[in-house]
Design a protein around this ligand. Structure first.
Ligand code: ARG
Length: 430
């Protein structure tokens, strides 16, 4: 029996060419695995195409629910937004794909898994690292990284090998999409000075052409997980799909980000993430209401670590396990309903309620119901300001401190004239 490889198959040109290329170059049987993460593609067709091209078996798997419950919602609870901009749709899909490749490879007795990532992106790292962690003995084949064909050469190869080339006039962009968002790069987007043309967007209308009337959405969370829209309870997949629809109609969720890739490149990426944008903002608003100041402060540190970990392909790690334990505890009381107002590309938080709210009207009000002890402030201020006051008198106020120049953190240069040098051959001429 020939060795087998399980290839993550999207149905596009790269992975279609990969089927034949792996058979030739590695002399292996190819099993394709097409994973549905809500890309909205015709999966039956893709399955059929794989077998037509030469796969010995083509598998399709609907992983939408797994994606939402095990990857997307934990990231939402964790407030994971890379560099404050990118809600990580593509990055969250990769460990799932790697996990399923490994799982199917075991079932099929495969010696290798394969994917269509290039050699300069983050995705190769995410998949390769995850496979190394989960199944160190599995070989990972990345044809696109290895073959170094240009797109034209790929098309020639496809034509020579009877591989169907997508007939639809492909847009000049590289797109990756799933339920949590669309990632679009390449083409004119590679010039960060250029405004993205309207044709990069598919999920969002241009904010200036969005409806004049705002739309309100009530989102209910339980322990940091969204469970209902406008009072109607629903599963995560449906909730995200609906919210993508609703917020997209109002032009919400367009993100234009120059990001720091793991491999050292700055790249300009456009994202469309209507549901992710609204949910992160609503979730944050609910945390404002239900977390203590110290919990919230520490959570921002955890959120940044978590976003970096996801972006950098370190999903299946002990650090992740540790962070998850913190997040689970931290999210325990993040329960309540947030009212969002969607309007012309914006989403505003306009209402918050929670059975676990830490907001106290009696403490906050300036009206007659006020229960805050104003006199207690005087003693508090004395103690709170004590150290600062002491230091200011001893160090800041004096003329000596005022005259001192501030230190500058630059290594001082050597004064060449002051060098005292003796060379070995000097005074040797006698
Ligand atoms: N920059 C994003 C990331 O590393 C998306 C990568 C895939 N994007 C694409 N257009 N193919 O997660």
């Amino acid at each position: 029996m020939r060795n087998r490889v399980v290839l993550a198959y999207s149905g596009g040109l790269d992975t279609s060419v990969s089927i034949r290329w792996i058979q030739e170059k590695y002399d292996m049987d190819v099993i394709t695995l097409t994973i549905d993460l809500g890309q909205g593609r015709e999966l039956e067709e893709i399955k059929h195409k794989a077998v037509t091209i030469g796969a010995i078996k083509a598998i399709v798997y609907d992983a939408k629910e797994m994606f939402v419950n095990h990857y997307v919602f934990p990231a939402l609870q964790g407030g994971a937004i890379y560099e404050g901009e990118y809600p990580l749709a593509t990055a969250l899909g990769r460990p799932l794909i790697a996990g399923l490749l490994v799982d199917i490879a075991r079932d099929e007795g495969a010696a290798a898994v394969a994917h269509g990532c290039t050699g300069k992106g983050n995705d190769q790292v995410r998949i390769d690292v995850a496979v190394k962690i989960l199944a160190p003995r599995l070989q990972v084949i990345a044809p696109v990284r290895e073959w170094r064909m240009t797109r034209d050469e790929e098309i020639k190869y496809a034509m020579a090998n009877d591989i169907p080339i997508p007939v639809t006039q492909a847009k000049p962009y590289s797109v990756d999409q799933n339920l949590w968002g669309r990632s679009i790069e390449a083409g004119v987007l590679e010039d960060p000075a250029v405004e993205p043309p309207e044709d990069v967007y598919e999920w969002t209308v241009a904010p200036d052409r969005a409806p004049a009337a705002p739309q309100y959405v009530d989102i209910r969370f339980e322990s940091g997980i969204p469970v209902a829209l406008d009072g109607a309870e629903m599963e995560g997949v449906e909730l995200i799909e609906r919210l993508n629809q609703i917020a997209g109609q109002h032009g919400v969720g367009r993100i234009d980000h120059v990001e720091n890739r793991l491999v050292g490149i700055k790249s300009r990426e456009i994202y469309e993430a209507p549901a992710a944008t609204v949910l992160h903002k609503a979730h944050q608003a609910l945390e404002d209401l239900t977390l203590s100041k110290q919990q919230a402060r520490f959570k921002t540190t955890v959120s940044r670590e978590y976003a970096d970990l996801i972006y950098n392909g370190l999903w299946f790690t002990s650090l992740h396990q540790d962070l998850r334990a913190f997040i689970a505890s931290n999210q325990m009381h993040v329960t309540g309903t947030i009212r969002m107002k969607l309007w012309k590309g914006n989403c505003f938080v306009v209402g918050r309620t929670s059975p676990k709210s830490l907001y106290s009207f009696a403490l906050a009000t300036y009206d007659s119901g006020d229960q805050f002890d104003h006199n207690a402030s005087v003693g508090f201020i004395t103690v709170h300001g004590l150290a600062a006051q002491t230091q200011a008198q001893a160090q800041l106020i004096g003329p000596a401190a005022a005259a001192k120049e501030l230190p500058v953190v630059v290594p001082p240069r050597v004064d060449r004239d002051a060098l005292e040098v003796e060379s070995a051959d000097e005074g040797d001429d006698a």
